[in-house]
Design a protein around this ligand. Structure first.
Ligand code: HEC
Ligand code: HEC
Ligand code: HEC
Ligand code: HEC
Length: 501
């Protein structure tokens, strides 16, 4: 009796103790929430009024100096990791096989590794891919190419309409685009909440019966990036004469599903100069690949790794220096992982090394296939003989590019990228078996020599590019039309005011 009474007492005390602890913890939680709210309120001392679609980052910066200053650190171009980083790297020099893979397409002229957002406009003006337009209606690229470069894009879309924005040559909007990717691209002016400013992403959700405005806060921390770091193409059938930016997600987002979508509408980005295959250029399906990885599955967003929190002078804020997280492992990874920085970096490199080992093999196989197909045409192969082969070349290179262009994909989702590359290898080899048969039928019964493409210059000569001419045209553009754009931009922006509170 006595015993059970005292054990009852003990139980009561334990229950009471537990309640005290819970109440204490709840109190701590509530005070930390109010503290954080207070922190946020203290941080926000609006100095200026922001107009709808204000494109000038400096103006936003007056209200949010910490975010602004950190964002402009994307100008840093000194960090290089094993495969990525923000230095200017000429990828065609590093890997001249790319020139052959992209023969007949702009990327064979010039392709640098992506750098910080700060350079988005400089880099698109300077690349040989945009050519040397002499006036607003000249040049190889459409206006659509500006879409992921600047908050002047949503501003102009609001002013003239989305289709009108996409319409015309790249040079037709040169006088309008000035501010680098910035605040208005990701933030709503009044609440500062995250927003989607690019119609293509909203439309892709709609076509799949989804409403992007219903996305959770954590999803938005990735979706703001998915406005640009995604696969896309220019749909020329939607509105006559307008290369309408479209995400090919209607069947799904895997390499196979997007490929099936493109095959069904018989879309090709270009016809390969050597093999005549109807090619697809994967743009940068970074978001799609990320979705298939373990971090996405565990609810980790792009911003968690690429925009971690930072504290300056006791103020906690989101570090807007968007970059390789390997330059900031402490804030980007070690908030969740206990391993030391060197181990985490090794984990990343291990995955990248293993993926790239096979990606290199696939690349070589596709170069061979293009060269063998070229010979088959020269020996008189018929369209009928080549049809299945060209489809294999299209599909294998799409898979290679899906892996290569999904920047960071070898880490974001190594298993999926490994899978896609291995299907690419199988398809490339099947194509080459068919090619060997066709070549033998045409009387060529030995291996086709691998071209001498040891350097970028040799590879560009091999595919017949006149680089001197291209460079001359670019120089003329920089001397004539570009200063004219800059003069008009300055004139227009000098009339805009800043409205102080
Ligand atoms: C590529 C998208 C992107 C761009 C560009 C961008 N931001 Fe952000 N910003 C974010 C994300 C993501 C967060 C985290 C928001 C959250 O989780 O609520 C954020 C948070 C903020 C916050 C909330 C406070 C904080 O630090 O967490 C402010 C203020 C802010 N950004 C200001 C700016 C300013 C000013 C610019 C332009 C110089 C800018 N942002 C550019 C994505 C962006
Ligand atoms: C408006 C389009 C746009 C948005 C939105 C955008 N990016 Fe980018 N991003 C680009 C472009 C364009 C480049 C290449 C710039 C260059 O090389 O000149 C780039 C480059 C990068 C790089 C390479 C930079 C380096 O220094 O290594 C990273 C990393 C990156 N973006 C991550 C993100 C993340 C994360 C988000 C979302 C928080 C995001 N981006 C949102 C267009 C965008
Ligand atoms: C917000 C938390 C969070 C952040 C930030 C984060 N991770 Fe992770 N990471 C996870 C979770 C959760 C898993 C899945 C493992 C699990 O569930 O046990 C994971 C898994 C991994 C794995 C194993 C996945 C695989 O491919 O097999 C590696 C490696 C890894 N993380 C490295 C990194 C690196 C490097 C960074 C920084 C660039 C980073 N993580 C940032 C939460 C995080
Ligand atoms: C778990 C952390 C993590 C998440 C989540 C994550 N990334 Fe990354 N990202 C990395 C790491 C690590 C690398 C490899 C960096 C390197 O090799 O220097 C990388 C590389 C990149 C690169 C190439 C960087 C460069 O320097 O050229 C881009 C672009 C990129 N990520 C964009 C994104 C986008 C967009 C998302 C969301 C859709 C995302 N990342 C989600 C960790 C992450």
């Amino acid at each position: 009796m006595e015993n059970s009474k005292s054990s009852n007492k003990l139980r009561n005390w334990m229950a009471f103790g537990a309640t005290v602890i819970v109440v204490f913890l709840l109190g701590m939680f509530a005070s930390s929430v109010t503290e954080r709210k207070a922190e946020a309120r203290v941080t926000y001392k609006p100095t200026v009024l922001l107009d709808k679609w204000e494109p000038r980052n400096e103006v936003w910066g007056k209200n949010f100096p910490l975010e602004f200053t950190s964002y402009y650190k994307t100008a840093d171009s000194t960090y290089g990791s094993k495969y990525n980083g923000n230095t200017m790297i000429d990828m065609l020099e590093v890997d001249p096989r790319l020139v052959v893979l992209w023969a007949g397409y702009g990327f064979s002229k010039d392709y640098n590794q992506g750098r910080g957002h700060y350079y988005a406009i400089d880099d698109i003006r300077n690349t040989l891919r945009t050519g040397g337009p002499t006036n607003a209606n000249d040049g190889p690229m459409p206006s659509t190419c500006w879409t992921c470069k600047s908050p002047d894009v949503p501003r102009l879309m609001e002013e003239i309409g989305v289709a009108e924005f996409y319409k015309g040559k790249w040079a037709s909007k040169g006088e309008e685009i000035n501010n680098v990717i910035g605040c208005a691209d990701c933030h709503e002016e009044e609440s500062m909440s995250l927003r989607i400013s690019r119609p293509a992403l909203i439309e892709a959700f709609e076509r799949n019966g989804k409403d992007i405005s219903k996305a959770t806060h954590q999803e938005m921390r990735s979706l703001v990036c998915a406005q640009c770091h995604v696969e896309y193409y220019f749909d020329k059938k939607k509105i006559e004469g307008v290369p309408y930016l479209t995400l090919p997600w209607d069947k799904g987002q895997s390499a196979e599903e997007m490929e099936a979508y493109y095959d069904e509408i018989e879309f090709a980005d270009w016809t390969h100069k050597l093999s005549k295959a109807p090619m697809l250029k994967a743009q940068h399906p970074g978001y799609e690949v990320y979705l298939t990885g373990i971090h996405a599955e565990r609810g980790v967003s792009c911003a968690d790794c690429h925009m971690p929190y930072k504290t300056v002078g006791g103020q906690k804020f989101t570090d807007h220096k968007i970059q390789s997280p390997l330059n900031n492992v402490q804030n980007s990874c070690q908030v969740c992982h206990r391993e030391d920085a060197a181990t985490l970096i090794t984990n990343v490199y291990d995955r990248q090394d293993k993926i790239i080992e096979n990606r290199d093999k696939l690349e070589e196989l596709i170069v061979r296939a293009h060269v063998e197909a070229k010979l088959a045409w020269e020996l008189g192969a018929s369209e009928e003989q080549m049809k299945a082969i060209l489809l294999d070349i299209r599909h294998s290179q799409w898979r290679w590019d899906y892996a290569a262009a999904s920047h960071g994909g070898s880490f974001h989702s190594p298993v999926e990228i490994g899978r896609v590359i291995s299907t690419g290898i199988t398809i490339a080899q099947e194509g080459r078996i068919k090619l060997a048969r066709v070549l033998a039928n045409l009387g060529h019964n030995e291996s086709v020599p691998y071209p001498d493409i040891a350097t970028k210059a040799k590879a560009q000569e091999f595919i017949g590019l006149d680089m001197t001419k291209l460079k001359k045209e670019k120089e003329a553009f920089k001397q004539n039309l570009l200063p004219e754009w800059i003069r008009k931009i300055q004139e227009r922006e000098s009339k805009l005011d800043i409205r102080y509170y």
